[in-house]
Design a protein. Structure first.
Length: 140
């Protein structure tokens, strides 16, 4: 997370890093929120549904983790119901950091039907040209 924030600030050629101090603080807030409120339950669900060998998976732990995710996903869905991106009209490092974490929702088999704004925002983030380029590089 620190590396993403540093690189976005240092090489802010595409407006990825906020220029106003207040927006910088909000970018940090969302980035840390993704790490503290979303990452652990998402990883727990993903590991127990997709990564661990089947005989080592704890499906009850995965289900509990998904239930834990409902609260932060509800918060995010509410915010994205008011603005297209986390800091307003434009994609920023805050969107990059949170979307990068939430990209694990698919392999974690998280049901996003209760969070349509989050699902749409994730789709839009994943369709950005830079995201497509990264996926192509990973396939090569």
């Amino acid at each position: 997370m620190a590396i993403n924030l540093y690189l976005a600030k240092k090489y802010n050629t595409a407006g990825l890093y906020p220029t106003r101090l207040e927006d910088e603080a909000r970018a940090w807030q969302w980035s840390f929120w993704g790490m503290t409120d979303v990452e652990r339950p998402l990883l727990t669900a993903m590991m127990n549904r997709a990564i661990f060998p089947e005989n080592q998976r704890d499906l009850a732990a995965a289900d509990a983790a998904e239930e834990t995710l409902a609260q932060p996903l509800g918060v995010l869905d509410g915010v994205l119901g008011r603005t297209p991106h986390l800091l307003g009209e434009h994609f920023t490092v805050a969107d990059l950091n949170v979307a990068s974490t939430l990209a694990w929702a698919r392999p974690a088999q998280i049901d996003m039907s209760s969070f349509p704004k989050v699902a749409e925002w994730l789709r839009i983030c994943a369709e950005r040209p830079a995201a497509r380029t990264v996926r192509q590089l990973q396939r090569e």
